[in-house]
Design a protein around this ligand. Sequence first.
Ligand code: PLP
Length: 521
Amino acid sequence: MPDHAPHLSPDEFRVLGHRMVDFVADYMGSVSMWPVKSQDNPGDVLTRLPESPPEVGLGASESPADAWGEVFDDLTRIILPGLTHWQHPAFFGYFPCNASGPAILGELLSAGLGVQGMLWQTSPACTELEMRMLDWMAEAFGLPACFRSDARDNGPDAPPTGGGVIQGSASEATLVALIAARQRWRRLQHERVRAHENNTGEIGLAVEAVGRQFAVICSEGAHSSVIKAAMMAGIAEGPDDDERVWQIATDSRGRMDIAHLRSVLEERAADPARPTPIACVATVGTTGVGAVDNIAEIAAVLRGSNIWLHIDAAWAGSAMVCPEYRAMIASIERADSVCINPHKWLLTNFDCDLFWTRSRHDLTDAMSITPEYLRNEASESGTVTDYRDWQLPLGRRFRSLKLWFVLRHYGLDGLRAHIREGVRLAEMVERFVKYDDRFELVVPRSLSLVCFRVVGPDDLTTRVIDRVNATGKAFLSHATWPGPGGAPRPIARLAIGGTHTREEHVRAVWILIQQATDELR
Ligand code: PLP
């Protein structure tokens, strides 16, 4: 039994680290040789893994660096076959999940520094680099000044009101927005009650706020994470709770139907017996078809209501690095919060969701709690940002490093080139679909997402997708879209924008789609 744990020495780590970097570089260079979608069946990876952990580890051997050879063998034997290769250039499913060399180096460094950035004091660089990166990205996307960390909506000498933070995912960002929305509703309610009491001397109005039921508004095209967030926040009772999640119909292009939003609000919000709407989540780039809700019109309907407007731009938001796509977010200054995932389409490894708010105190009021062991002078002084109060967990990784490296390596010019190439390739596919009468474009292309169906019986599109995916040479995913009678029909989604995707890969998948269609028709 060793009397101390067998740590890797810095030199042993160096040897293995170089080897691991070689492994990753080889993987990047050879990923296109793998079938895109894992060919494993359920349980296959489990059967390749031992049932119990090793009692004596490789670190106990004479030369751990040599002994680790078996780990590298196992990576190739056990893990790689069980991967769906998201970085494969012919991965066109869901939305891309961009990894890139600079971001991978940022991840390595983050792990190597081993920092836990819950408070400013626990690593000032972790907090302040993140603040600066969120301001850089706000500028890169053309976001209004109210979302910057130095925004002071209440006057130049008042505390800052805006700012951004890295969340793990857009789902977390939505949950945080709902929690902040509820907090703001309560704050405004208390202010109203206090004003009433002061003006009239009457007390008792506060009872109105007790046991209040809340509701969240989104469109039928919004991501399921909105309903999930409402469930987790204790607002909705379950996924089908349409009394507390008001799903607004979508128009012929998949956007929130403004007339329906207006009528739902008029009918329900006026009824005191119904839950109070506290938040509306608008989507810029829906998951199914990439539809972009009209922020200006939604904000106009919500005006004066105190409903928190959160913009979920998880995928499409990255395109705003290009000024020509910023029309999508016109009127975003009227939103209370917005999120964008560089981990989808902006060359920054998962996990990296950027979340901005113009109302940081509603977040921190809802999520700040300070037990004695977290008290410190810097936090008490009120001059620093403690990001633990802007998110669900206490602990946090040093995620801004990877974003910093991405920005320094690619520059905004390089990021714009990546986005524009994705859109250019999607325009090419759009033309392929339009000029081939075997296919039908169901909605207009959205940025780098093309949604189409195969002309013929509804299941033909699904069968074509399955056949293409079974070749292992490409991967597509599906969604549904209303057919002529309004019933949902399957559609194919070709989501372009992978780090390594080039024109040749897009042309090749189109040939596969044509071949599968001819074989199945
Ligand atoms: N919102 C939209 C519009 C999405 O497309 C997605 C995922 O594709 C999400 C939210 C969820 O993203 P995340 O995995 O970051 O929670």
